[in-house]
Design a protein around this ligand. Structure first.
Ligand code: GLV
Ligand code: MG
Length: 350
């Protein structure tokens, strides 16, 4: 039995009257996905301001919203979506998970009331492609019913052992896939990791240097607990043209550790992270906008090899077709950043 639709069928709408699936993701800057609790009226009243400071506003309906506030959060999100002009800022929601009592109403009510405003639905606790297929079909039916004009994309949270096992099949499941975020808190629980944190490192996870023989203290180097999963997620996403993200960092008092975790993810290929606290917005902007010096150096590589082939030396470093491609990744991202950020545009020399 075939595991996937034929290429001809893959890009057909799953319901008569639903919009055509996209062939490529829209080019959008998504350095931080900023979480807001939509049942909180005070935060809702400031949403226009918040939207002006971030790349994506996400109305969170899942974990961290108390069970008795789920309905209020959904209604608050709909009000927020309808009443706010988000401009070039993305509007996402994180719905409740598929086996919860709230998920069906989350999707049906939100698409009915605000389907044309919504860019992306973040689906938590995705275990395999079957979860994506279900939401894909349901969204197509609802888009058709409510005459939604552009397809609502799906962003999966990778936060169960089974999901990590199936990450490639999840990436391949539908043209509606936008990308994935690592969910370190749920993933730690699902895997039986012995931690009590939301992302970040652990002081006991590391490598002890060999004894030097003279009895001197042996240095211990802390390692990144999430390196393997981020790498696996990045490969699955990039192989299918999707966008990988680091998720939440829960210790708001440790900005330096948050920045280090975000930067590891950025260097490994991620394009953004979640901001759960206003202080993390600037951290994400700093980390997920390429460094000025790197951009200027990358521009020199592109200029030195106009057709992207051959080999040249720049500042004693060998450049060839492969470093040209790396430079292009950085310059392409810098161009997207520059469109939204005049200060960085000047620093990048655009
Ligand atoms: C996010 O949802 C996480 O579980 O880390
Ligand atoms: Mg989670």
């Amino acid at each position: 039995m075939a595991e996937q639709r034929t290429p001809a069928k893959f890009y057909q709408p799953l319901a008569i009257g639903a919009p055509e699936p996209l062939r490529a993701l829209p080019v959008r800057l998504e350095r931080m996905i900023h979480f807001v609790p939509p049942h909180n009226e005070k935060i809702r009243s400031k949403i226009k301001d918040i939207a002006g400071q971030v790349d994506v506003v996400l109305g969170n309906l899942e974990d961290a919203i108390p069970a008795d506030q789920k309905g209020a959060a959904r209604k608050g999100f709909i009000a927020m979506a309808r009443d706010t002009d988000f401009g070039s800022t993305g509007l996402w929601t994180r719905i409740n998970c598929l086996n919860s009592p709230w998920m069906l109403d989350d999707v049906t009510e939100i698409v009915a009331a605000a389907g044309d405003k919504l860019d992306v639905i973040m689906l938590p606790k995705v275990e395999g492609p079957w979860d994506i297929h279900y939401l894909d079909q349901l969204l197509a039916q609802l888009e058709a019913k409510h005459a939604v004009k552009k397809p609502i994309l799906i962003h999966a949270i990778l936060e169960t052992a089974e999901g990590v096992n199936n990450v490639e099949a999840i990436a391949a499941a539908s043209p509606r896939m936008h990308g994935m975020s690592l969910g370190p808190a749920d993933l730690a629980a699902s895997r039986g990791m012995k931690t009590t944190r939301v992302g970040g490192g652990h002081p006991d996870y590391g490598v002890l240097a060999d004894p030097s023989g003279d009895g001197a203290p042996r240095p211990f180097f802390q390692q990144d607990l999430w390196h393997y999963t981020v790498g696996k997620m990045v490969d699955a996403c990039l192989a299918y043209g999707l966008k990988p993200f680091y998720g939440p960092f829960g210790d708001f008092s440790d900005a330096a550790a948050c920045e280090a975790q975000f930067r590891n993810a950025f260097l490994q290929g991620c394009l953004g992270a979640w901001s759960l606290h206003p202080s993390q917005i600037e951290i994400a902007k700093r980390v997920f906008s390429p460094d000025d010096k790197e951009v200027l150096f990358a521009k020199r590589i592109l200029e030195a090899m106009p057709d992207g082939t051959g080999a040249v030396m720049i500042d004693g470093k060998m450049q060839d077709d492969a470093t040209w491609k790396q430079a292009k990744v950085i310059v392409d991202l810098a161009k997207v950043v520059a469109e939204k950020d005049p200060e960085r545009a000047a620093a990048y020399g655009f």
